[in-house]
Write a protein that binds this ligand. Structure first.
Ligand SMILES: Nc1nc2c(c(=O)[nH]1)N[C@H]1C(S)=C(S)[C@@H](COP(=O)(O)OP(=O)(O)OC[C@H]3O[C@@H](n4cnc5c(=O)[nH]c(N)nc54)[C@H](O)[C@@H]3O)O[C@H]1N2
Ligand SMILES: Nc1nc2c(c(=O)[nH]1)N[C@H]1C(S)=C(S)[C@@H](COP(=O)(O)OP(=O)(O)OC[C@H]3O[C@@H](n4cnc5c(=O)[nH]c(N)nc54)[C@H](O)[C@@H]3O)O[C@H]1N2
Ligand code: SF4
Ligand SMILES: [Mo]
Length: 912
């Protein structure tokens, strides 16, 4: 149905195709070469030079996209009740169930839980089906966990959910504040643009506001490691400081802003000393930041999950926006509050109205005029006229038996929602759980009654909108895998089976795109900034050839220019932007004597969310091959743990779940705070259910859960054996699961699991022996505190089980080199049995994945005189391909420089 772009000679010709990266909200353009027509091959993936988001750059995740496309990990056919099925049966099963629930319980008993990773066309059709035809607004998405606080903050301040900055602004600012964002890892290509901008303009200042000293701090002139959850205090203090230091733009306020007085009333209570006290920061640091914000003419606040994922995330967003409005640092080149979107199409989802608290096309669900416009446009028989359930409430309602049919699309909520025990109970209770996914194995699929295989990146065809409102094409480069169908097709087929054929007879995504664009323009007349009507008549050919387009389009934007709000008017009833009176509040999941540690969760550089794609390539696991828990050294001492020890975490909401993670002692982490990545899930290990430790507390205005502030207790895990199960997948799988604790850490060539057990090594051996492959030769070594088993077939390693009473840290490269040997020597077998790698493998952790350069090699080069990232690149090539490790190289340079000087630098302030 989705036609491939035509080729001159389909049999043999090579053709350069352009698409968009499916990961983060930067929205980088990607060039790929396709060769051959039947079973076309993709190769030579690069950043598109002419794409305005990335100008040729890609981060490491984008660079390795082609390696994630293997069919082994894909869902390839529909399933019903755990059995392979066919499309007709699967679609009919869903439609029958929905119809019967509609008859007995009404539309409120059905819900869709979607994703900012759906394309705009998929999203539009899902929203239309739910809100216009099934007749409830119970369609929410993972964007609720991601952007919803910013959405509400925008609505409150501007009257419409609008991001008023462009990427180019990052290159024309005097002060860039990264607040609650680790862009070096999460928006790497933008971070590289910022890096360049700072090189071009050394006067440009960068401030990072984050309780942790992240990699993003490598670029910072100032880092504010504030107490977690205290950002609203900081920004109230800034507003107060602005008013006391001649920082208000009175003319702008007079013309364009309301609510100053009320906001000021609360903010005036926050003087410097009080801010410093509550944020637990030295006053001088806070003052420096406030002074820069006040005095530098152009300022951008680049904010992300450290702000949004909070029970007061909306207020925090508004506290930031307040300062921009009051100082007039908004809607001008190089100035503004810049909420940065996480997912590739979180913005497109907001445009179609894909949240339970919106209608469609930036129109409001409770506005009768908007209802009329949408009802007429869709010819909707059953338009929803009130808010539906937000994500957390949807799952609660399912757990309570009120939602009976839940369709999950392009998201893995069992792993990514907070309060996992409740989510599992909810899905178990639901009468029908439908899951549309691309991956064959996810934590959520285990709960599905009906499984729809969806096409994934490289097969899908449609549009996405990035953080700067730029619409780009994701193109179908190859045909769908096996029986997979496009999400919009699957939704349309269910809609047709429900009897809504006329409204869902789409044959090509362009038809959906045109309809979406037309709706944004319907009865708009300048009342809504989102007006894509200039694109509503695109032909299929024009759609296929569409270049990246940023809205607003000057031909329909009421200000006539593409700079939003440049005329000083906003989309509120008065036309003025609103400052909001913000009363700072502390996090809801407060620590206590029983749960004394703050659990902060977030992302790592090379993994995407629940790892269903990035986890498929060992290249992306090289940077960090396992989850960990960052612990301050003082806390580590109190807890009696050292690097690599296993720490067990519990939270009040997780009655049956213990999370166990290896400790990384890290003083970039505040005392009392701990940080864990949330990527690894039950698919990856026995004790990785990090989401279970967060209780689902959420912002009453946005419904966005507090994912950066859990309250946990920690205790060294009581284990008597530690070790490694390594070798062929078929053997590693069953053996690892016989241990009380296992964690998959696959390498480029083999399967591997880090394991631990409450039993002593000798006792462990008994249970392992039963599982050893019978047709292999075994060599064993047993001592008082260690056991090793090495299984070989024709002298080739197939399985090694290496267990010790003490923590065992064996470099995976060493095992990989043995695994790829055609025949192991007696010495090699003996080294394995002795659990002792040779020196050559002890060169430290991999920093540059592209060129395989390790930490100790880099440290040596620095000691030998390489004193810049460029010099390291010249000597070792590290950082010269995708550039993702450049921040780490810079950090190594700084660390080496610091360790070689006697002067003490303050932990907070580093003026470059
Ligand atoms: N590599 C990678 N990149 C990604 C993603 C991915 O999975 N992997 N996902 C994408 C998505 S969907 C999103 S939403 C973005 C998220 O992008 P980011 O928001 O940059 O990522 P996070 O790591 O979730 O959180 C950012 C920072 O918030 C800090 N933080 C915690 N509590 C507080 C606080 O109280 N105040 C402040 N100021 N900061 C705090 C954390 O320490 C963390 O460093 O990343 C996108 N990009
Ligand atoms: N503790 C903690 N939890 C968090 C966060 C945090 O910082 N801390 N961050 C939150 C945020 S911001 C986000 S955005 C969420 C992300 O959480 P999720 O959305 O649950 O994470 P993903 O792994 O991206 O899930 C996407 C799923 O869709 C599938 N998929 C990929 N492409 C397609 C497609 O085209 N069609 C279909 N049908 N399926 C597809 C993938 O295989 C995968 O199973 O996690 C949230 N959860
Ligand atoms: S920064 Fe990386 S993950 Fe984000 S869109 Fe660009 S290449 Fe993809
Ligand atoms: Mo996100």
């Amino acid at each position: 149905m989705t036609s491939l772009p035509p080729t001159a000679n389909p049999q043999s010709s090579k053709r350069l195709l352009q698409t968009t990266c499916p990961y983060c909200g930067v929205g980088c353009g990607v060039d790929v070469v396709r060769q051959g027509a039947a079973g076309p091959q993709l190769s030579d993936l690069q950043g598109s030079r002419e794409h305005p988001a990335n100008f040729g750059r890609l981060c490491i995740k984008g660079t390795h996209l082609l390696e994630t496309l293997g069919q082994d990990s894909r869902l390839l056919f529909p399933m019903v009740n755990g059995q392979r099925s066919d499309w007709q049966t699967a679609i009919q099963t869903v439609a029958d169930k929905m119809r019967s629930i509609l008859e007995t319980d009404g539309p409120e008993a059905i819900a869709i839980y979607g994703s900012g990773q759906l394309l705009t066309e998929d999203y539009y059709v899902a929203n239309k089906l739910m809100k216009g035809f099934i007749g409830s607004a119970n369609i929410d998405t993972n964007s609720r966990l991601c952007m919803s606080s910013a959405v509400v903050a925008h609505k409150r301040a501007f009257g419409e959910d609008i991001v008023p900055c462009d990427y180019e602004d990052l290159e024309h600012t005097d002060l860039l504040v990264l607040v609650g964002s680790n862009a070096a890892w999460t928006h790497p290509v933008l971070f590289q643009r910022i890096e360049r901008a700072k090189l071009q303009n050394p006067d440009m200042k960068v401030v990072v506001v984050d309780p942790r000293q992240t990699d993003s701090c490598t670029l910072a002139d100032l880092h504010l490691p504030l107490a977690p959850g205290t950002d609203a205090v900081l920004y109230c203090g800034l507003l107060n400081y602005l008013s006391q230091h001649d920082g208000l733009d009175n003319a702008y306020i007079e013309q364009s802003v309301s609510g100053l007085e009320e906001a000021m009333h609360i903010a005036s209570e926050w003087d410097l000393a009080r801010v410093a006290d509550v944020c637990k920061l030295p006053q001088s640091i806070v003052e420096t930041f406030f002074r820069w914000f006040t005095q530098l003419p152009r300022v951008i606040s680049f904010f992300s999950m450290g702000i949004n994922q909070s029970t007061t995330g909306v207020d925090k967003g508004n506290a930031i926006i307040n300062c921009h409005l009051a100082s007039g640092k908004i809607a001008k080149t190089g100035s503004g509050p810049f909420s940065i979107t996480g997912q590739p199409n979180a913005m497109g989802g907001r445009e179609v109205g894909g949240l339970s608290t919106m209608l469609a096309a930036h129109m409001d669900i409770d506005n009768t005029e908007h209802q009329r416009i949408v009802r007429d446009f869709w010819q909707a028989p059953n338009l929803a006229t009130k808010n539906g359930l937000k994500a957390v409430d949807t799952f609660q309602a399912a757990a309570d038996g009120k939602i009976k049919c839940l369709w999950i699309m392009a998201t893995n909520p069992v792993a990514s929602m907070p309060n996992r025990e409740l989510i599992e109970a909810a899905l178990s209770r639901c009468e029908m759980v439908i899951v549309s996914d691309t991956a064959a194995q996810t934590d959520t699929l285990k709960f599905a009654d009906v499984v729809f295989p969806a096409t994934g990146w490289s097969e899908k065809n449609g549009t996405v909108t990035n953080s700067e409102r730029r619409i780009s094409r994701q193109r179908g480069l190859v045909p769908p895998s096996s029986e997979a169908k496009h999400d919009w097709q699957i939704i349309s087929e269910v809609a047709c089976a429900l009897g809504f054929d006329e409204a869902f007879s789409y044959q090509h995504p362009v038809e959906i795109f045109r309809e979406h664009c037309a709706l944004t323009g319907t009865e708009n007349g300048g009342s809504r900034a989102l007006d894509l009507s200039p694109l509503q008549d695109l032909t299929e050919q024009q759609y296929d050839a569409m270049r990246p387009q940023q809205w607003p389009f000057s031909e329909v934007h009421r200000a006539g220019a593409d700079r939003l709000f440049a005329d000083g008017t906003f989309y509120t009833p008065t036309g003025k932007a609103r400052m909001i009176a913000v009363t700072p509040a502390l996090p809801t999941q407060a620590t206590s004597a029983d749960y004394p540690y703050v659990l902060n969760t977030g992302r790592v550089r090379d993994q995407w969310h629940t790892m269903t794609r990035t986890g498929n390539t060992a290249r992306l696991l090289k940077h960090m091959d396992r989850p960990w828990l960052s612990v301050n050294s003082a806390d580590a001492k109190t807890l009696g743990v050292e690097n690599g020890d296993l720490l067990a975490l519990n939270a009040a909401c997780a009655t049956d779940t213990t999370v166990i993670l290896p400790v990384t002692i890290d003083d970039k982490q505040r005392k009392g705070d701990m940080f864990a990545p949330f990527h690894w899930s039950a698919t990856w290990g026995s004790h990785c259910k990090v989401g279970a430790l967060l209780n689902g507390a959420n912002d009453p205005l946005s419904g966005q859960p507090e994912l950066k502030h859990g309250a946990v207790k920690a205790k060294k895990a009581d284990m008597a054996s530690y070790g490694l199960v390594y070798g062929n997948a078929e053997y590693v799988g069953p053996v690892r699961e016989s241990f009380s604790y296992w964690l998959a850490c696959p390498t480029e060539v083999a399967h591997s699991a880090s394991v631990a057990d409450v039993k002593a090594p000798q006792a462990v051996l008994d249970s392992v022996f039963e599982l050893l492959p019978k047709d292999t030769q075994w060599a064993t070594r047993q001592s008082a505190d260690a056991v090793s088993v090495v299984a070989t077939r024709d002298d080739k390693l197939v399985l090694a089980v290496l267990i010790s009473a003490n923590a065992l840290n064996l470099p995976s490269d060493w095992l990989d080199s043995l695994f790829t040997e055609t025949a192991l020597s007696a010495e090699q077998v003996s080294a394995l049995l002795n659990q002792q790698p040779d020196d050559a493998f002890l060169l430290g952790k991999l920093v540059c994945s592209c060129f395989g350069v390790r930490e100790n090699t880099i440290k040596q080069a620095i000691q030998d005189g390489c004193n810049s990232v460029e010099a390291l690149g010249k000597n070792l090539k590290c950082g010269t391909n995708c550039g993702s490790c450049k921040t780490e190289l810079a950090a190594l340079l700084t660390a080496e420089a610091e360790s070689s000087t006697d002067t003490e630098s303050t932990p907070y302030e580093r003026i470059i």
